[in-house]
Design a binder for this molecule. Structure first.
Ligand SMILES: NC(=O)c1ccc[n+]([C@@H]2O[C@H](COP(=O)([O-])OP(=O)(O)OC[C@H]3O[C@@H](n4cnc5c(N)ncnc54)[C@H](O)[C@@H]3O)[C@@H](O)[C@H]2O)c1
Length: 146
């Protein structure tokens, strides 16, 4: 929504030093990407558990590993390259920071509930495009409890 282009890593033309996965998908950073990383690449994940980055593949390819500071593991790779994995590939904002305050989670679930409610009410009439959620799902708008 902020205009960033989403694409598979292999199709990327620029960058290669900082990669942060947040896809919900498995092995998004995989063996072939690990081989192509430049020296000093930093990788982390905020998506699904710790399996968006293929860590076993990094371990297999690496010649050694050391913890350079809390939440930062340096892998020594062939050719003298170093790769830095943050937070053991786990959700970095939870593993290395304070996670989400309850108020943020409340807002997130309230927004999802409101969006789903709108789909249930007007699903067939909605256009296939990015839509604004309707405002004003206050408790008094709800149907009376049976
Ligand atoms: N850490 C957190 O605080 C936090 C918060 C919200 C969601 N999540 C997690 O983040 C993940 C994504 O959630 P979402 O709601 O943004 O999902 P989403 O489906 O809206 O977005 C995921 C995006 O990743 C893209 N994608 C999938 N595979 C890819 C690949 N191989 N290469 C490049 N792009 C790829 C998809 O096309 C999609 O645009 C989920 O696992 C969710 O649980 C984490």
């Amino acid at each position: 929504m902020d205009g960033f282009q989403v694409m598979p890593l292999a199709e990327r033309r620029r960058g290669g030093h900082r990669d942060h996965t947040v896809t919900g998908n498995l092995n998004v950073i995989d063996s072939q990407h690990v081989k192509a990383f430049k020296d000093g690449a930093i990788i982390c994940n905020s998506g699904h558990f710790n399996d968006e980055i293929n860590i076993p593949s990094i371990e297999e390819q690496s010649l050694g590993k050391r913890r350079v500071r809390d939440f930062v593991d340096e892998y020594q790779m062939p050719g003298g390259r170093r790769i830095y994995l943050l937070g053991e590939g786990r959700l970095i904002n939870l593993a290395a920071a304070e996670g989400h305050p309850a108020a943020v989670m409340d807002m997130s679930f309230a927004n999802q509930r409101s969006g789903l409610s709108n789909i249930v009410k007007q699903g067939k009439a909605l256009k296939n495009e990015v839509l604004q959620r309707p405002r004003g799902h206050r408790p008094r708008d709800r149907a009376p409890e049976a």
